[in-house]
Structures are given as structure tokens and as C-alpha cells.
Design a binder for this molecule. Structure first.
Ligand code: XMP
Length: 424
């Protein structure tokens, strides 16, 4: 099967990534390159066509001179897209017509083709006696990356799952259950809760918490990886957005959150990054193709420092326990109401405040739980989610009835900006 690839030239278009996703949804592979790229670099990909993405409001939309004559020399079919918003709606006819009629592509970039090719590539990269390690977090990206590599090389992959004691209710058990029982993968769970919580004792500053957790995570990971003997490769769940942000003209705008809780780039392993060509929604499609449980494939993003940045102020076991119970109730009710997939992230927060309440005619003085749920495309901006009121009411009722030491529940109705999604 010949691989059909289209190059999207980014002239600073605000919607370049969206254009790329629309192209791939039509089962055509594409690569985004900055408009400053050399002709040679474009040719090295052997593209079948070029799409020039300028975006609304750019200088090019006024005089239609975007058709940079430099690229004419390549003699490839070209399509200019001035305003990607058209594509945001339903209007992919323009693209379809160009790709399938003008260029004559077949649309053979499917998820099963991607999985088959990637497995083949991993087998070629990793020699028969080489060993691979993967840091499993239970998130979508690392899970899909690990399962792909496992499909390719089986037990030559060892996964390390660091339980820092800051995970959600039953999360560690679910991760182990999925990967060891269902996928029969070699996963080593490291119970490092004591180490992390000792280091966090007395710390209240959010950035200091992040720093401690980040440093500790790397220390524990390196120590445990060293116990495995000779390791040649490290699997990373890097996505396409991480790769292109340093290359495109729009890089600054789409820069994702610093990934605290990740691994540094200077570890002494070579990297395997099986998802570095994919957008998040494509990773989910690959996950489904690999029969990873839906719950995991559609899981909301969860920050590396975990619940430590949702327990405001000092992190203690007691507070973590309260937060875990409240959070689990919130998520359970959201799933019951079938709203989970509409929401980018939903979670509970435990602010460091107590207030007065009344229960069984007795005055109480107990914690407040904050609820946060947002819709977003990429986490860079977000709006608060408009819950049906009865769902909020059920969550609040259940939390105050079932979670000890809580007598009040509030819902966060701020957008990002000016707020952030997390409270710390
Ligand atoms: P904020 O709170 O900055 O969050 O609006 C944007 C997205 O990033 C996640 N987040 C983090 N992820 N380490 C991570 O791996 C972190 O320290 C961290 N802080 C925030 C957050 O959950 C949201 O998805």
C-alpha cells in the first residue's frame, strides 16, 4: 500500500491544526510544515498535494497572493484555505473534492493501517535482544503507547507504574487490572506514597509541590528502571501537538502545559514515541482499535502531580481521603447522567477552608468541597460546564451525606482565562 501524504503549509493560520485533523478524518495522512520550510524538506516527504493554510485575518486573505510562487515549482496540486472556520462547521466538501477528485487520493490512512504500520516500525527499531521500559500513568496517551509497543514486542516491554499516593479512588487497582489481567503486560507497580507524602509534608506553595513531585517522580523512576538491568529504549506518549508546537508559526499560541510528572529528555535511553504523529482524538481512535476499555480511552486529562494540586494548602492523608470520596461521587453522577464525554475535565477540589453548617440539629464546622467541570478543546482556554441543576443537586446531596467532614459544596463558574482549570 503506498502511503498518500499531503503537506499542510502553515502561513500563521489560526486553524492549521484543525485543517490537519479534518484531512486525517478523511483518512488522508498529512504533515504540518512551517511556510519557511525549504522545497527540499517538502520533497523529502513525497507529498501528493499541498494545502496552504493562512487563516482568517492574515494579510494573505486580502490579496490572495498566498500562493507563494516558491511552492509552484514543485508542480503539485495546491489548495488555499483562508479561513479554517469553514471547516469547523460541516463544510468538508471543499477538502473532499480537492483530495479525492482533483488529486485522486484513495484515503487509505485508516486506524488499522496506522496500527499495523506502527507495530512493524517498532519491531524494526527494537532489536530481538533489546529491552524497553515505559512509564505508565493510567492516562490515555501512555496507555495507548504501551499497548502498541506491547503488541509489537511482547514481554520485552516492562511498564513502571509509580503510585505516588496522589491518585484518585481505585485508580491504581484499575490500572493494574487493565494492563496485567486484560492485556497480560508486565507492569511493576511502585508504592511510593510514603516517599511522596513525606516530602510534601508542611508544603503549601503550589509550585513547590509541583517541583517536589516532579523531582521525586524522576528519582523513583530512575531507581526502579535501574533495577531492570540493561534497558535500551523508553516509550513516551508524545503527541503531534507537542512535536509541531516548536516548528510552526503558531507554536507560541498552542503551547501545551508543562508536563510536570513527566520524564526529562536526557535519560540515557533512546526514545520510542509511537503517537508522535497523532492528535488526541486520533489517539483515542487507536485506543479503541486496540480494544482498550472505553473508560480509559475517554478518560479526562489528569495532571501529573495528581490530587496534590487539588488539595489546596498542605497535603495530608486525611484530606486526600476526603477528596477522593467526593471526586468519585462527582464522576459517578456525571457518568450516570451520560455527560462525561461532553466535559473536558470534571473534578472535586478541597480548599483549605471550613465553614459552619447544621446536621441533625447540631452545629457543624467542616470542610467545603469545590466542584469544577469545564469544556475545552485543548485546555488552553475553557468555559465552565452548564450542568442540568438536578445533577449538581444530586452530587452536592451525596457528598454532604456520604463524605465525612464535609458540610458544604460549591460549583466553580469561572472561565479560563481569567481562572485556570486547576485551582493550584
Ligand atoms: P490549567 O490549570 O493550567 O490546566 O488551566 C491546563 C491543563 O493542564 C493540566 N495541568 C497539569 N498537567 N502537570 C500536568 O501534567 C501539571 O503540573 C499540571 N497543571 C495543570 C490541567 O489538568 C489541565 O488539563
Amino acid at each position: 500500500m503506498t502511503q498518500e501524504i499531503v503537506v499542510i503549509l502553515d502561513f500563521g493560520g489560526q486553524y492549521t491544526q484543525l485543517v490537519a485533523r479534518r484531512v486525517r478524518e478523511l483518512n488522508v495522512d498529512c504533515e504540518i510544515l512551517p511556510s519557511t520550510v525549504t522545497l527540499k524538506q517538502v520533497q523529502s516527504l513525497s507529498p501528493r498535494a499541498l494545502i496552504l493554510s493562512s487563516g482568517a485575518g492574515s494579510v494573505f486573505t486580502q490579496n490572495t497572493t498566498l500562493n507563494d510562487s516558491r511552492f509552484d515549482q514543485l508542480g503539485l496540486p495546491m489548495l488555499e484555505i483562508g479561513d479554517g472556520m469553514e471547516l469547523m462547521a460541516k463544510d468538508t466538501d471543499l477538502l473532499k473534492d480537492f483530495l479525492f477528485n482533483t488529486v485522486g487520493l484513495t484515503g487509505n490512512w485508516t486506524m488499522d493501517a496506522f496500527v499495523a504500520n506502527t507495530i512493524q516500525q517498532i519491531r524494526t527499531t527494537v532489536g530481538p535482544s533489546q529491552q524497553v521500559v515505559c512509564g505508565l500513568s493510567g492516562g490515555v496517551d501512555s496507555s495507548v503507547a504501551a499497548v502498541l509497543v506491547h503488541r509489537a514486542i511482547g514481554d520485552r516491554l516492562t511498564c513502571l507504574f509509580v503510585d505516588h499516593g496522589l491518585l484518585r479512588k481505585d485508580e491504581a487497582e484499575q490500572v493494574m487490572e487493565t494492563f496485567t489481567r486484560r492485556f497480560k503486560m508486565k507492569v511493576i507497580k511502585i508504592d511510593a506514597a510514603d516517599e511522596f507524602l513525606t516530602k510534601l509534608a508542611g508544603v503549601t506553595d503550589p509550585e513547590q509541590k509541583r517541583k517536589i513531585i516532579g523531582t521525586e517522580f524522576i528519582r523513583v523512576f530512575e531507581r526502579e528502571a535501574a533495577k531492570l538491568g540493561q534497558i535500551d529504549f523508553l516509550v513516551q506518549g508524545t503527541l503531534y501537538t507537542d512535536v509541531i508546537e516548536s516548528k510552526t508559526a503558531t507554536g507560541a499560541v498552542i503551547k501545551s502545559h508543562h508536563n510536570v510528572g513527566g520524564l526529562p529528555e536526557d535519560l540515557s535511553f533512546k526514545l520510542i514515541e509511537p503517537l508522535k504523529h497523532l492528535f488526541k482524538d486520533e489517539v483515542r481512535r487507536v485506543g479503541t482499535e486496540l480494544q482498550i476499555p472505553e473508560d480509559l480511552v475517554w478518560r479526562h486529562p489528569f495532571p501529573g502531580p495528581g490530587l496534590a494540586i487539588r488539595v489546596l494548602g498542605e497535603v495530608t492523608r486525611e484530606k486526600l481521603e476526603i477528596l477522593r470520596l467526593a471526586d468519585a461521587i462527582m464522576i459517578e453522577e456525571i457518568k450516570k447522567a451520560e455527560l462525561y464525554r461532553e466535559i473536558w475535565q470534571a473534578f472535586a477540589i478541597l480548599p483549605d477552608i471550613r465553614s459552619v453548617g447544621v446536621m441533625n440539629d447540631q452545629r457543624t464546622y467542616a470542610y467545603t468541597i469545590g466542584l469544577r467541570a469545564v469544556i475545552s478543546h485543548d485546555g488552553m482556554t475553557a468555559d465552565w460546564y452548564r450542568f442540568p441543576p438536578e445533577v449538581l443537586a444530586t452530587i452536592a446531596n451525596r457528598i454532604t451525606n456520604e463524605v465525612p467532614h464535609v458540610n458544604r459544596v460549591v460549583y466553580d463558574v469561572t472561565a479560563k482565562p481569567p481562572s485556570t482549570i486547576e485551582w493550584e
